[in-house]
Ligand binder design. Sequence first.
Ligand code: MN
Length: 321
Amino acid sequence: MPDLTPKIALEEHFMHPEMADYWATTRINISPDLFDKAHAPLTDFGDGRLGVMDAAGIDIAVLSLAGPGVQVEPNADVAIRRAKLCNDYLADKMRDQPRFGGLAHLPMQDPTAASDELERCMTDLGYQGAMINGATNGAYLDEDQFSPFWERAEALGAPIYIHPANPAAMPPMFDGHSELYGPVWSWTVETANHALRLIFGGVFDRYPKAKLVLGHMGETLPFQLWRLDGRWKICNAQGKTLKLQPSEYLKRNLWVTTSGVCSDEPLKCALAALGEDRVLFSVDHPFEQTKLAVDWIEAADISNTTRQKVCSENAKALLGL
Ligand code: MN
């Protein structure tokens, strides 16, 4: 095998011993075999994880809690306490192993506490941004209550990665089709919709330097730019206005990772739609296979300059590494 392109991977997960009860709620979304097998690699911060990284040419793995974490915690005080616990835990691992980065886990039940925790993680603990696992008890990030959070995230230059999770209630369109729950389809719909709520809710008009990250090659949004612009012009927006076309926010405020997508067609679509500075390599370890992701990106039909950008240069720029 030729020399591997150096990589930084952004959607790589771990588990905190006290957070496994939240994670167990995703059991309905994942095959029992994968769910059971994931526990050991999620809790490995040593040779096992580093061996996987070495074999893949991954210099830095930016770690995040396997969701949904405190996004499903009903008690705000418990969410605040456990998010801090989780962030302190990963910070210790990051101090022990400089090849680990981190995305903070945030108690969005209290937007001010979440903002303070983001700032603590970025300023004191060496984190590169935050990951939020979908809606927090049904609250989406375009709601007015989250304005102080976006203001702080923008001021800190913190990338905010929205990771898929189940909605508070499954919409009737999935009735009788549990095979569509989770990573097959419902998470894509849910997460892309969350991002569109931010755009049409004016979050990026109010916070033009906010940085949004989506996995899974942008949850289909790069494919939709023209249609969003074209139909937004004639839809019934009930008085809503935007300063820019929807596609302009996606090009300006969005970065996407390749997590869980290993094929050239969506990669080329994302690169063409958002620009080659906006697509970043990731695996989604241990839920996806690192070797598969690496074999694919090393052979993908793109220039070596673009490959280097996707594999590490874009992450360095976004995360300030
Ligand atoms: Mn993931």
